[in-house]
Design a protein around this ligand. Structure first.
Ligand code: PDD
Length: 280
């Protein structure tokens, strides 16, 4: 059976799910999205994801379908594709209009949702950890909006990949912000640091869960800015995202983090996070 996707209220085979060439998402990256993990058939932390979608939408004055409609569509999409361990991609773009910069009033948004199986996340990257590359954060000032305008992020990811690294770490004016598709935590002198929630990072749902878990485990944690120099002397570093969950970083720009192996604080948080995904 082929893959079914959701498009503007209908469930259609993926090859028939077509969007007009003048959709503003295509021409202007005028749209927002969410990526939601599904464990055991249930979307993980759906409410915070939909809250964030609403914040993104209101930041760009985009109208959304009613929340109940999105929730029902997500359930139905999982059912139709027979998925239990999955990732849902939900995208809302401004809609279709003749190309012009001025955002037209009153056009209907284009709503797309896909769901794909996610293989049990790669145990190797958790056990061995990954390499990272720092790159200047040249993104715009609205990084809290989960915009489909991801060209800067994708170029950074490619740069990291070409350097043999798993992920890029953005540095803005000397301050470590986040990864190209993840948030970042660093254990510095026994305190876990992560960039505060502001317009320079995306407030990750996994970041939120990692903070909860770290606090439950009794780790001192500060949502405060830290510098690239601080990062270089961190004992442990990890990325968080809905897709990679919690991933230890064992080398940055070719230099080992701590002793160059995943550290106990990261592994403890990873384990507790995994337990949380099973519990919820
Ligand atoms: N990205 N920061 C950025 C820039 C991201 O793109 C993401 C996630 C995160 C982590 O957010 P969350 O924990 O809610 O997944 C942080 C998704 C996975 C993506 O674009 O595919």
């Amino acid at each position: 059976m082929g893959e079914t996707v959701y498009l503007n209220g209908a469930f259609v085979p993926i090859e028939k799910a077509l969007v007009p060439v003048e959709d503003r998402g295509y021409q202007f990256a005028d749209g927002i999205y969410e990526v939601i993990r599904v464990y055991g058939g249930g979307p993980f932390r759906l409410k915070p994801h939909l809250d964030r979608l609403e914040r993104s939408a209101s930041a760009i004055e985009l109208s959304l379908p009613p929340r109940a409609e999105i929730e029902a569509a997500a359930d139905e999409l999982l059912r139709r594709n027979n998925l239990t361990e999955a990732g849902i991609y939900l995208q809302v773009t401004r809609g279709v209009a003749p190309r012009q910069h001025l955002i037209p009033e009153g056009i209907a948004p284009t709503v797309v949702m896909t769901a794909r199986a996610v293989s049990a996340p790669n145990a190797e990257i958790w056990q061995r950890g990954v390499k990272a590359l720092t790159v200047p954060d040249g993104r715009w000032e609205l990084c809290h909006v989960k915009s489909v305008g991801l060209l800067f992020n994708t170029l950074a990811k490619r740069q990291a990949h070409r350097a043999g690294a798993f992920e890029a770490i953005f540095v803005r004016d000397g301050i470590v912000t986040e990864g190209s598709s993840s948030n970042l935590f660093a254990l510095i002198d026994g305190v876990l640091f992560t960039h505060p929630r502001d317009n320079h990072i995306l407030a990750g749902i996994t970041r939120g869960a990692a903070i909860e878990v770290a606090e439950q485990l009794g780790h001192p944690l500060r949502e405060e800015k830290f510098t690239n120099d601080d990062l270089r002397r961190a004992q442990e570093v990890f990325f968080s995202s809905s897709i990679v969950e919690i991933v230890p970083v064992v080398s940055i720009d070719g230099r080992p983090v701590g002793r160059g192996v995943p550290g106990p604080v990261t592994l403890g948080i990873r384990e507790a996070f995994e337990a949380l995904t099973k519990k919820e």
